[in-house]
Design a binder for this molecule. Structure first.
Ligand SMILES: Nc1ncnc2c1ncn2[C@@H]1O[C@H](COP(=O)(O)OP(=O)(O)OP(=O)(O)O)[C@@H](O)[C@H]1O
Ligand code: SF4
Ligand SMILES: [Mg+2]
Length: 380
């Protein structure tokens, strides 16, 4: 195991202080969890005082989205699902942030919360320097055109009784993107840019294949000239042969229109192709975040390493050890204490069962939450 020099961790870490099982005999996990929550609240409060990052089109700080599944008769929450729990990241204009993680880890909820399609439970969202987390729907209205989403399923996301022309004209009219007499020309030009023939204008969604429907969905999202587009698994429902066409269309449109993407996917090869930065999510938390090159060349978190090890490597000389993630994903309603990944982690230590690792910066813009990395180990 290679040793890693880490200049960014100034103070002595908890992981260095507490290393073996003996030190945890009779450890009060409940008290530790309360301490963790207190420290998180303090960090959030401290960060709240900071100005927004001037280089970021989107900055998310300590974002939370909890769903209350069960209440008592007085309306007090009895069961809460923490779908997104303290997620922070920044994206610069024109960049693509890829979000990766297993099913149920909170990718969609995070994307929808950023767009305020879900009201955040806590945290801050800065869009173009404005703090929008607390915005009501009226205040969000002028921003709606700037932030759009493309969904995974192009079959259910298009109204079956409207023609392509109507589907694409509607947002243009509602948001007064062009004068009424210019709407048809505008829509036809948009269709051309998205690879849709002009005679599709009069046709209905059921007449099209999945790939063409996804082009219609992309055109609908772009009709209002957005700056940020969240693409939630936009190619997962498509045939492999069509996926590349849609990815290349998204890439071309990004260049032509200077778009910023958040690209959600569980397909690492697609994420590698399209992203500038990558965030790995596990049970509602961001466990690793950084530039694509660093994440792929130098993955640090054991979850990232395990996910990447499952991707076939075309280089026959490359060392490839498939790390099998043991066990099922725990329930997000009752996640494991300490590090949420400890029940499946090949590097788990005693400390991981009791104390949650802090999300720390290990290199410029490369964040990881892991005791093993904190102790100076390198994971590859
Ligand atoms: N409206 C809701 N009410 C209650 N729970 C929800 C709601 N939406 C999502 N969840 C739960 O939140 C968790 C995260 O769900 P989410 O859909 O964000 O995951 P995901 O990473 O997008 O998964 P997938 O890869 O399957 O799309 C899941 O446990 C899900 O059941
Ligand atoms: S903190 Fe521990 S359990 Fe969690 S990822 Fe790191 S080594 Fe694994
Ligand atoms: Mg999803």
């Amino acid at each position: 195991m290679e040793e890693m020099k880490n200049d960014n961790i100034g103070e002595e870490s908890i992981a260095e202080k507490v290393t073996d099982a003996g030190e945890f005999a009779g450890y009060d996990d409940e008290a530790e969890y309360n301490r963790e929550l207190r420290e998180r609240a303090e960090r959030e409060e401290r960060d709240r005082q900071l100005p927004p990052d001037p280089d970021a089109i989107l900055e998310v700080r300590h974002l939370k989205k909890y769903f209350v599944l069960k209440k008592n008769l007085l309306g007090k929450p009895l069961t809460t699902l923490k779908a997104v729990d303290d997620v922070s990241f920044t994206v610069k204009a024109g960049e693509t942030l890829g979000i990766v993680g297993e099913s149920g880890c909170g990718k969609t909820t995070m994307g929808r919360t950023v767009l305020k399609l879900h009201q955040p439970t806590g945290g801050q969202i800065f869009f173009q320097g404005k703090e929008i987390a607390g915005y009501k729907s009226k205040e969000m209205r002028p921003l709606r055109t700037k932030m759009q989403i493309v969904f995974q399923d192009p079959y259910s996301s298009l109204p079956p009784r409207s023609t392509v022309g109507d589907i694409l004209s509607e947002p243009v009219k509602v948001h007064n993107i062009v004068p009424p007499d210019k709407v048809k020309d505008y829509v036809l030009k948009l269709m051309e840019q998205c690879g849709l023939r002009d005679y599709y204008y009069e046709r209905y969604p059921h007449e099209f294949s999945g790939g063409q429907r996804q082009r219609i969905c992309i055109a609908r999202a772009l009709a209002v000239n957005p700056e940020l587009v969240i693409c939630d698994e936009p190619v997962s429902a498509l045939d492999v042969s069509i996926q590349a066409q849609i990815i290349n269309l998204l890439k071309r449109l990004q260049k032509e229109r200077k778009l910023t993407y958040i690209f959600i996917s569980h397909d690492l090869s697609v994420v590698k192709y399209i992203s500038d930065k990558i965030g790995l999510m596990y049970l509602g938390s961001m466990v690793e975040f950084g530039n694509k090159k660093e994440i792929f060349d130098d993955p640090m978190h054991p979850y990232t390493v395990a996910l990447f090890s499952a991707v076939p490597n075309p280089d026959p000389d490359a060392r490839s050890e498939h790390i099998i993630l043991k066990g099922d994903i725990p329930s997000p309603v009752n996640p494991p204490k300490g590090c949420k990944f400890h029940t499946r982690c090949s590097k788990a230590m005693e400390i991981c069962k009791h104390i949650a690792p802090e999300y720390k910066e290990y290199g410029e813009g490369h964040f990881v939450a892991c005791h093993y990395c904190e102790q100076g180990h390198k994971n590859v």
